[in-house]
Design a protein. Structure first.
Length: 224
């Protein structure tokens, strides 16, 4: 892989730091590292968005916020309030966990309405909106249903995982998600992607964005 390829790869990576015990110092250093590597986005818990924005200002690396993370079971009103605050603090991308229990209960209208309502808010701020399906808890038919509802509701991406469930992204699920949403909608592979080989496999399967906490290590591999 050439140096230019590695630079292009960096623009496909959402570098994530979502541990509950991450300190202010750790978040700040993480954002500085992401700025040096020019990753597409740094994803943090919503309370750290303002800090991240101050460090990344003037850089091509944007700040993203994880919403309803990691369970997805908060009310729509709570998710909406968190989203609005994150956007106000400087987030340019929002990754929201779908209401997994509602999806599995067949409450399709609730799931769709929630995504649609928050998508409008994100898009009014010219942001990008991704929906985390947490595929490890879903059957094949539920993944298909979640992808269709997400697309119908106007989100920009479907995403595999939070990284906090019992399993992360798989090639099979990326292929299924890509087939379901079609060629134009974004598909983000996240959860357990820790090296260049895994990135290449996910991109080949149909992913257009990679979520990882080891982006710097992956770029080191690419540069070699």
């Amino acid at each position: 892989m050439s140096l230019s390829d590695a630079k292009n790869l960096a623009r496909l990576i959402d570098q994530t730091l979502l541990q509950p015990n991450a300190t202010k110092k750790e978040v700040a250093e993480f954002c500085r590292t992401a700025r040096r590597h020019r990753f597409r986005t740094v994803f943090v818990n919503s309370g750290w968005v303002k800090l991240g924005r101050s460090i990344l200002k003037g850089s091509p690396t944007q700040v993203g916020a994880a919403i309803g993370f990691p369970l997805g079971a908060a009310s729509t009103a709570a998710k909406l309030a968190e989203t609005k605050q994150a956007l106000q603090d400087g987030a340019r991308e929002i990754d929201m966990v779908i209401n997994i229990g509602a999806l599995k209960s067949g409450q399709n209208n609730l799931v769709k309405k929630e995504i649609k309502k928050i998508a409008r808010v994100v898009h009014r701020s010219r942001g990008i909106f991704k929906i985390i399906l947490e595929t490890c808890y879903l059957t094949k038919s539920e993944i298909i249903k979640a992808c269709r509802l997400t697309k119908q509701a106007g989100a920009d991406f479907v995403k595999t995982s939070t990284g906090w469930g019992p399993a992360g992204a798989t090639v099979r699920n990326i292929k299924l998600m890509r087939k379901t949403v079609g060629p134009k909608m974004g598909v983000k592979a996240s959860g357990g992607i820790r090296n260049l080989a895994a990135v290449k496999v996910m991109l080949k399967a149909g992913a257009t964005r990679i979520g990882t906490s080891t982006g710097a290590k992956i770029l080191q591999e690419a540069n070699k």
